[in-house]
Design a protein around this ligand. Sequence first.
Ligand SMILES: [Zn+2]
Length: 680
Amino acid sequence: MLFRQTVVLLFCCALAPCLVFSQEKQTAVTRPKMFDVTALDASADPCEDFDQYACGTWKKNNPVPSDQVFWARYNQLGEYNREVLRKIMEQAGSTPAGSQTARIVGNFYTSCMDETAANRAGITPLQSELRRIAAVSSHKELIDAVAHLHSIGVPVLFEFGAQPELHDATRMGAVIVQGGLGLPDRDYYLNQNDNSKQIRSKYVAHISTMLKLVGDSSESAEKQASAILDVEKGLAEASLDRVSMRDPKNRDHKMQVSALDALAPNLLLLRFFKAAGAPQFEQVNIVPPDYFQRLNTAVSSVPLDDWKTYLKWHLIRANAPYLSEPFVNEDFAFERRSLNGQREIEPRWKRCVSAADRLLGEALGRLYVEQTFSPENKRRTVEMVKLEEAALAENIQQLPWMNAQTKQQALLKLNAVTNKIGYPEVWLDYSSVKIKRDDLAENIRQARTFLVKHNLVKIGHPMDKSEWIVTTPTVNAYYYSPENSINFPAGVFQSPLFDAGMDDAVNFGAIGWLIGHELTHGFDDQGSKFDGQGNLTNWWTQTDREEFEKRTSCIADQYQDFVVVDDIHLNGRLTLGENTADNGGIRIAFAAMHKAAATKNAEQITIDGFTPEQRFFISFAQQWCANITPERLRVIAKVDPHAPVRFRTLGTLRNYSEFAKAFGCKEKQKMVSENACRVW
Ligand SMILES: [Zn+2]
């Protein structure tokens, strides 16, 4: 991302919630229609390639814009939202006498849009932090510097924060998690293929350029850059891979803080916690212990100067998008162009809106909701959720491979699912954050510091179930295991996902599928290990668990066969949770659509020449329709638990007999799987 996620959000997302779409940048600008016949490619055979059939003309006419790396119909909606937010922020900026919320948002936007001021400031905003790092002369001071960086939202070496307890989700506990890398995944440091080698050498050149921008000589910058790569390579080698991190048992290592000195004495973790501003606590979850043991060794074996250089680099990296043009451009050149294939930087206003959404999301969201969200959306969604929960309950009762005991447990969990729709009941109070009209770098620091504090202060307190993990204008949704909740922010209730004026078939194919998808996450490879109260508990009989794993393996193996780009295959295990949720979500939504029709006794009419069933599946495929740069596909294949959307359409529908029935597809055609996989 151009403007990176704040520590708090990254942190949450790394551990639990399952968003339906990967978090992509979003251009262009009208809100796309639901069920668009002009998007179809009627020359394609729906039974051979349904993505081409439903999206072919749209894809041909909508190449990836030069300032994006990924372009889907839901990104068009995201872009539309960004325009709405821009107007809100401009208006707030031009009326300084507005509410406190409007003042915060308006001041931030005004400061962010002032490129001249950022250019004039140059590296001045970083000077005091750079001096602080340069002054480190001992191991203890190094740990203090690490803690200080954490407290201002620059998580070096690892991540630290509050998390619902795995075995008692009513409580928030402390957790430290592997991290501290500058490249998107540990594999970038470890793989020996040409692409990884190229990225590494570009990364070293990028670090070196940045160090020169803060005043280091060429020779020194180059030397430091290669030392930084070595330091990060050490962190990567100590890290668990993403698939292992999906397994909750690999994230379940709570220990007494008094035992930390035995585990990793060099890390001085007690000193770190205090210096980072955390309240006192007795126990902490270490994810994973082996990472911290290896880091412990590295802290004493790697020279102090190399650690200081590493800290300096991460300070620059975290702030570069908000500094003067040379920093902004260099950050773009590596993070967006080299890594992701983006050709042009986004206009400044877009970057400013996105930064405000990430850093002051609930202030902006509050203004957004006032202008956009209707209670009718909520009422319709609650109705759909009820129908889908009933459909999933019936599915569970009918599963031939599951015994009555496990079924009863599954139904208990399903009955305990809660939902949040629209926006937070209580908005985050930003009154302690000082946002000025003329100091962007300081505003960023203030907002980040606030978010870190807001997170840390939760340690030892009950979990607040009213909180959200995404902001209100977000075009996405998520299931959150610790709450056993499904969550739909206001931003998602628009076409191409929802349109109150459209027929049920079209809405069930899009937002209805999304509801089913989130419900199924409660029962995917990860969710199925937590009970209805959000606790990590085994509620399965051994035989049923084995049967479940046979079925999830079917999905993992099938998706592993998709080739993402070049010779890179999709990672079937990394994307298993999402693919399982897609697989279940489509069935649940389809059944719910029929329930809705039966309730209303509605006549099943053909519209635009399509039956309700056909409209349902076309709507499902058309909520995304996407073009993606090959560079971005390589990153997705490595880091994203979501398959690229084309494979989500193909994989989901091939496995579903109702799809074949709706379009008259026959055995041996590509959209009919020979060995159809089904979990729920
Ligand atoms: Zn999902």
